[in-house]
Write a new protein. Sequence first.
Length: 195
Amino acid sequence: MFNKMLVVMTAACAGSLMAVSANAAVNYGNGMVAQPYVGLKFGQYDLDHAEDKGISYGIYGGAKFTPNFGIEAEYLGSSDEDYQTGRLKRSEYHADVYGLYGTAEYLFPGTPIYVKGRAGVAKNKVKIDAKSSAYAQHDGSKSDSGFAGGLGFGYNFASNAAVELAYDWYPKVENVADQGDSDASGITLGANLKF
């Protein structure tokens, strides 16, 4: 129940931000309160105890309420990758992350380069699929919600477009396939358009 509520709340927040975008200005000099943006990202998802790192992909959107502070929502998924290999333990995992963050940016004076931090809450869901009947008892998914955040650099290559390289950490997932708690993190490259 909590999982569905978190998904609905994240979607509602993202929808609200997009609704604000219809009335928002591109710059703050016009007296408007928000500058919305939407983007795509891809990269690498790293889960403790997993044999392979996953390829991550996602969508994110948000709004800056001042030149330095804003809010951001994202969905990030991963490719299916080997969780454990071996003679008797063969399984794959897939991850989904839903997050809502506050953001802070600092634009280096006289340059199009900025540093961006974000902190908030996220849900990290890991699904395990056994490839061997000897490992079938570990089929299923585990998820945890908690603190998440990230730090990265961005480059404004136009007044309404930017690229961002970021390192993010997600909530740890408890007792994945009886391997104990699994920390999760990722590196992503994203591109966004501002409205």
